[in-house]
Each structure stands twice: as C-alpha cells, then as structure tokens.
Design a protein around this ligand. Structure first.
Ligand code: AGP
Length: 612
C-alpha cells in the first residue's frame, strides 16, 4: 500500500529515487511523484497519475538536480488517483513536502482546525493535512522542521510511514513510522529510506529497522538520530541483509509472477534446506518451545487472503497428524470478533509481507489475551515477526508479483513440517509414516519441476477458460483450500469471477449455476475420498458442465470424464496441495496473459495491505 523512497547524500537523488519507485511499484501504482531540493535550495515537485513511467515522462526535461529527495508510488485511500492527490503533498507556503503510506484517521478534525486558521487545501488527501500541519506549527510556534514533525505526529491518529523535506533545511530528511514499514539504508556518507529494502540493496546491504512510533533524522555528514515521539533518543544497531539485486529482477521471464511460479522447485528446496537434516525435520523455532507445542490445547491460525488458505491446509494436517484442534480465521474478523483465547492456545499468524495491517492487529489482540504468537513470514525483519513471540521464516526470497505463488507453497511446507514433527513427537504417527513423509517432502522440488514442464497442456486449458465469465473450483479435504487459492489466483489477475467450493457442497446450491458457460476446475488427486469426488464430477457432467481436472499421474476415472486434464506426480495426501496448486497458478497466469491483463500489477490491488 504505497511505496516510499528517500535519498540524502552526494549523488544525484533523482535516478536513485526513480529506480527505487520501480522496485516498489508492486506496492501501489495509481500515481507517483518525486520531490527534490536543488542546489539553489528550490523545492521541485513532479507528479503524475498512473505508473512510475508516466512520472518519468512528466519529469523529463525538468530541473532534476539535487542530492536530496523523496518519492512515492501510491495506492489510493483518500481521494481518487489523480495528479492533485498524488504524493508528495506540499504545504501552502511551499516549504514542506511529504510522502506518506498509511491512513491518518483524524485528518478531518485536523483539517477543520487548519481551515479555521485560513489554511487552503488543494487535495482530498489525509497526507496534505500532515504537510500543512507541520508548516503551520513551524510558522506559529517557530519550531524547527524536526520539532514540528514530532508535534504533528503526536496529534496524528492512525498509521503512517512518512518522509519529510523542508527547503529551509536542504541537508535533512525527517522520517517516521507507526504501523507502516520504513527502513533506513546506511551507505558511505549517504542514507536511503524505503518502505522495504528493495530500493536500497543496490547501494548498501546495511539496514536500520525503525520501530513503531519512531522518528529518524538524516542529516548530511552526521549519523542517523533515532528517537521516539517524545524526543528520547535510542541507540540502534545496523543489520546486514542478504537479499541481492538478482532477487529483484525478472531474470529473463516476461513477468515476476511466472518467474516466481517457475522458481518453486528452488524455493521449496530453500524453505526446507536447513530444516531437513539427515532425514530428520529440524525446526529449532518449534523445538525451543516443544512443551508448549506438545501440550497446546488449541491452535488458531490467522491470516489474510492466500496466507489464510495456506493456513487452512495446515489445519487439515495438524489435526490429522498431531491431533491438535485447529481453528482458522480471517485476521480482519479475528481482530474484532472478541475471540475466546485461553491459556494453552497458540496463535499462528501467517504473512508473506509481514506488514498486513489486519494480521498485525490480530497478533496484538491474541497477545493481549495471553496467547503465544508464532508467525510464519517471508520478509525478514518486517513488522509481523517483530510483533510475534517467535517466527519461522519461509526463506524464499522476495515475492514481487502481486499474486502470491511461491510464498503460498513455502507457507504450506512450513505448516506441513510442523504437523509432521508434532505428530511424530506426540506419537500420533508411526516412525515409518514419519520417514515416508520426510522422503515425500524431500521429493517435492523435483516433482514441482516436472509439473512446470507441463506448461503447454496448462496453456491449452487456459484457452478453454479465458472466455468464461465465471469459473468454479472444487476440491475436497486437503485440496479444498487449494480450490479456494486457485479461484483467488484466477479472479485477482484475470478479473474472471471464480469461487472455490468443497465439491460435496455443490448440490447444496452452487450446482444450480452449472451450464456450458460455467467451467469447473476440479482438483481430483489421489486420496481416500477420490471416489466421492468422482461422483461430484459426474453430477456436473450430467448437467452439461465442462470439467478441467488436476489429477494424479496414472489416473483413469476422472481423466475419462473431464474435458481436459493436467497430471501431477503422486505424493502423500497431506502434501498434495503443494503440487496441485502449481498448475492452478500457471492456469491463472496464462488466462490473464490471454486476456491481456497486467499480471504483476492487477487493477485495484497492492502487494502489501498495510491499511485496514
Ligand atoms: C494473494 O495473491 C494476494 N496478493 C493476497 O490475498 C495476500 O495473500 C494477502 O493480502 C495477505 O498478504 P500477506 O501474506 O503479505 O500478509
């Protein structure tokens, strides 16, 4: 939800800011802007509706000099995505420029006060209110920019990551965060700011993570000063991150999503690398609290979107293999529905980005109620792991495509490893079942790469679906969550309405929808309830429904009934979602390409949902 980048140092700021915005474009892409202070201390602001490339067109042939600047790519919350509402927002005296990610909840109240004082507003944004308030306090109370920012933030309610420029202080950027991410990159006599490390790593791998409620003052030639909103300074440590520029490039693929789908053999291996040691599951993050896990009264899994569907697959496995009751809940519901949490409950919060606002709030809620919170997260050092009691990282590197793919398979893999380990330690599964499941885990990367080789068959299936206005996805047991995730993938990038259903529920309503125009994607892999699913598919065929099926190699029955099939290698039932989802990811990718949709940046969406 909005990407922020800032630079202060010796180089020209503009190219660094623009490159940074391109790296952050996955966070929002409805307008973009940049503010620079040139050597004559003039504040130049350029903005444009649309993507970062449109901003580049606007800025071309303008004064782009200056070695200090801030920039923004927007996902609109307040005010339609147009030029006026794009960031940076500037105060009416032309001194203060600000970029902001988040929502200022009391902006209307602050704005009403400023209007009474004769301040004029240009935009509909909550961000402009902050810019005007900083400038107003500065003028009325004769404060420095740093103090005026601090005073303004003390009055602001809501979430924010902001970077502020004052053309009267051309050697200083002030930045702050609360509820939205912001990191500082430390170079040689230069500093970078970013919503995450991706705009920074090209220049430095030395990062400072700002904590919630903190401000940083970056002044040329001086060390960063980090303080809370009361002005108390805190010592900080600089961390070294391992992400590389290659992780952020498409690597020859036309889209990040396709790259991320195709790298799943490697990402699955990376996720398991240090966790399958000499044929044993080795999860130090679980082992250190093994009594808590073995005695857990109940596990509550909370997350949003794809991450919740991963959690649902985890529920099936933890209940079957470890006999621990598991509930799953949308974080947005969990946070407000007064859930009953008791001693002995463990809450697992799952998030790729580690910044999802609802998941963060659910963690707060769980902790206030005394639960232990373990997060499963991809982005190292992000807010969710830092808010949790412990974290298991998925270790699959940056995921840039808005549609989550490799993060999903890694989240499911971690959950399966937890379930298998707990099942074994509790004596619910036998030694030989444990060994066989470990062997199956080890075989996953190879099996995933065999599926990716079947891309042509999947493209063929995509042709058949691309004209449909609606598609139903059905599955049972472990692959009911796969059906939900497959449907989400299709709707978010191809804008085709799709729903996931437990196959047996069809006859309780949705079967009324079946016609020649409503294809059904059936996940009909090997399982003890395979024959039940065969009957469900027959019911659809009897009503002239077209069926596209994902089946296990060697399948006979469904393959004869379905219009088109894709085979996946056999695996343990609990691991089947990890393989079955890959053809569904490729299916949605190819449908979106056939429809000419923007695969990596689907309309109305952003990768990290840092607002409610
Ligand atoms: C999935 O393709 C979506 N982009 C979305 O549902 C996503 O999974 C959800 O917003 C949760 O994000 P998180 O994993 O970063 O918390």
């Amino acid at each position: 939800m909005c990407g922020i980048v800032g630079y202060i140092g010796k180089r020209d700021a503009y190219p660094i800011l623009i490159k940074g915005l391109h790296r952050l474009e996955y966070r929002g892409y409805d307008s973009a802007g940049v503010a620079l202070i040139n050597p004559q201390q003039v504040l130049n602001v350029y903005k444009s509706q649309g993507k970062v490339s449109a901003l580049e067109d606007t800025a071309r042939s303008q004064d782009l000099t200056g070695s200090i600047g801030i920039a923004h790519t927007r996902w609109a919350t307040h005010g339609i995505p147009n030029h006026t509402n794009a960031h940076p927002q500037v105060s009416q005296n032309g001194r203060i420029a600000i970029v902001h990610n988040g929502i200022i909840e009391n902006y209307a109240e602050l704005k009403a006060n400023l209007l009474k004082q004769g301040v004029h507003f240009n935009s509909d944004t909550d961000t402009e209110v902050i810019a005007q308030q900083i400038a107003y306090i500065q003028e009325v109370e004769h404060l420095t920019m740093v103090e005026a920012v601090r005073r303004t933030l003390q009055q602001a309610v809501g979430s924010y990551a902001i970077c502020v420029l004052d053309n009267a202080m051309p050697d200083t950027i002030v930045a702050a965060r609360k509820g939205s991410p912001l990191v500082v990159g430390v170079g040689d006599d230069e500093y970078f700011l970013g919503s995450d490390a991706s705009p920074i790593i090209e220049y430095t791998q030395r990062i400072i993570y700002l904590e919630d409620g903190e401000m940083v003052v970056l002044h040329k030639g001086q060390k960063p000063q980090i303080s809370d909103l009361e002005g108390h300074e805190r010592p900080y440590s600089i961390q070294h991150i391992t992400m590389t520029v290659d992780d952020l490039e498409k690597g020859g693929y036309p889209h990040f999503m396709l790259k991320e789908i195709c790298e799943q053999p490697q990402s699955l291996a990376a996720c398991m690398r240090s966790r399958l040691v000499e044929n044993e599951i080795c999860l130090p993050e679980v082992d250190k609290d093994i009594d808590m896990w073995l005695n857990a009264r109940r596990i509550i899994i909370t997350a949003c979107g794809t991450s919740l569907y991963a959690g649902m697959a985890g529920k099936y496995a933890i209940e079957e293999l470890a006999h621990i009751p598991v509930e799953t809940d949308y974080a947005s519901e969990f946070r407000y529905r007064h859930p009953v949490i008791q001693k002995g409950d463990i809450v697992i919060a799952i998030s790729q980005s580690g910044e999802t606002a609802d998941t963060l709030a659910a963690i707060d809620q769980a902790k206030q109620n005394g639960a232990k919170v373990v997060s499963i997260c991809n982005v190292i050092g992000s807010s969710i792991p830092r808010a949790s009691d412990s974290v298991i990282y998925t270790m699959v590197g940056p995921e840039i495509g808005v549609a989550s793919t490799k993060a999903f398979t890694a989240q499911v893999t971690v959950l399966m490893m937890i379930a298998i380990l707990l099942g074994y330690r509790k004596g619910v599964i036998t030694e030989s079942r444990y060994r066989s499941l470990v062997n199956e885990l080890q075989a996953l990367p190879q099996k995933a790469s065999e599926i990716i080789k079947r891309e042509n068959t999947i493209r063929d299936m995509a042709q058949a679906i691309s004209f449909a206005p609606n598609v139903l996805y059905i599955g049972r047991g472990y692959n009911y969550p796969t059906a939900l995730e497959g449907a989400l993938k299709l709707k978010e990038i191809s804008y085709i309405h799709a729903e996931g259903y437990p196959a047996a529920e069809m006859k309780h309503g949705p079967i009324a929808l079946i016609s020649q125009d409503m294809p059904v994607v059936a996940i009909a892999t090997d399982s003890p309830i395979y024959d039940k699913l065969v009957s469900n598919i027959q019911e659809i065929r009897a009503r002239q429904g077209h069926v596209m099926a994902i089946v296990t190699e060697g399948d006979k029955k469904v393959s004869q009934m379905a219009d088109k099939t894709v085979c996946i290698p056999a695996t343990a039932e609990c691991l089947s979602p990890l393989l079955a989802i890959i053809p569904l990811q490729l299916l949605s990718y190819h449908v979106a390409c056939l429809k000419g949709c923007n695969v990596d940046q689907p309309r109305n969406l952003a990768k990290s949902v840092t607002v409610e």
